[in-house]
Design a protein around this ligand. Structure first.
Ligand code: NAD
Length: 294
């Protein structure tokens, strides 16, 4: 069984990005600059944004964190997005989700200039990805594609089953795995909450990508012998043996599925770390005008 190590791979990608930033400095070019907007004080959101800003520092990027009160109006937030859209110093912009209920995610997402949308959430970038044009691909699916590539997982002609159809993971993942390039060229089945006989379908998967958001949902009896299993889920469960009082588990029952799979991502240390590496990579592309010409 091959352990697909997202932690190690993400460190490699970060070193590659840092090396490119060092070259840019020597060339006297513009240092990539990522801006993040955080609304409110949700603990998980603060942790995620904090990790993103810290990673920017690690690779030599500039970063700006804009913190807004939970009570900020939609108009005020849209104005901040517009200011960043117009600021030539800033290459990439992310708005940490979820947003408070009184703010429309659609309106805010749609306000972000596609050229700076390094999360790949705007209709322009989702459309471009779907067409196979240069695009910022959402960080989690992009991280998975990169893992498959760097671990040389054969995808052509394989049956890929994706569990979950969210806009940020399952749905783009199904599009990427079906496209006519590597990794891709799979026959893809996208499953969701209304799918019947799920286990019958997952048992035929050569590549199983799980983004259902239910702890240890996928068990060994749902997996084909020799499959490649990608676990996107992240859940905290209480564990008094840990200093923190909790441990992380995924959407897949790791031990029993690992015994049957040919390759598998662990949780933690699988898909999670790749998400930030992909965001940094998208920001580098933005700074260098590699997706939309500057
Ligand atoms: P989501 O809750 O938006 O979507 C879950 C999907 O699962 C839905 O499309 C739903 O139709 C499907 N589903 C629910 N019950 C089902 C069933 N019985 N059979 C088949 N499909 C079913 O989730 P999401 O945002 O895509 O996230 C999924 C998981 O991945 C979560 O645990 C989340 O925390 C994690 N996640 C991790 C990262 C990362 O960086 N590693 C990034 C995003 C999400």
């Amino acid at each position: 069984m091959l352990l697909i190590d997202g932690k190690k791979t993400s460190e490699e990608i970060k070193s590659e990005i840092a090396a490119r930033v060092a070259e840019i400095k020597v060339e006297g070019g513009k240092i990539p600059h990522l801006a993040a907007i955080l609304v409110g004080s949700d603990g998980a959101s603060q942790t995620y944004v904090g990790a993103k800003v810290k990673s920017c520092e690690q690779v030599g990027f500039q970063s700006t964190l804009v913190r807004l009160e939970e009570s900020v109006s939609e108009d005020e937030l849209l104005k901040v997005v517009e200011e960043i859209n117009k600021n030539p110093e800033i290459d990439g912009l992310i708005v940490q989700l979820p947003l408070p209920k009184h703010i429309s995610v659609e309106k805010v997402t749609n306000k972000i200039k596609p050229e700076k949308d390094v999360d790949g959430f705007t209709p322009a970038n989702v459309g471009r990805m779907t067409l196979g044009w240069p695009a910022y691909v959402a960080a989690t699916p992009y991280g998975i594609v990169e893992l498959l590539k760097r671990y040389n997982v054969e995808t052509s002609g394989k049956h890929c089953v994706v569990i979950g159809r969210s806009h940020i993971v399952g749905s783009p993942m199904s599009i990427l795995m079906a496209r006519n390039e590597y990794p891709g060229n799979c026959t893809v089945t996208l499953t969701h909450s209304r799918t019947q006989n799920l286990a019958e379908i997952t048992k035929t998967a050569d590549i199983l990508i799980v983004a259902i958001g239910k702890p240890e949902f996928v068990t060994a009896d749902m997996v084909k012998e020799g499959a490649t299993v990608i676990d996107v889920g992240i859940h905290r469960v209480e564990d008094s043996s840990k200093k923190s009082g909790f441990r992380l588990i995924g959407d897949v029952k790791f031990d029993e599925v690992a015994a049957k799979a040919s390759a598998i991502t662990p949780v933690p240390g699988g898909v999670g770390p790749m998400t930030i590496a992909s965001l940094l990579y998208n920001t580098l592309l933005a700074a260098e005008g590699k997706v939309y010409a500057k």
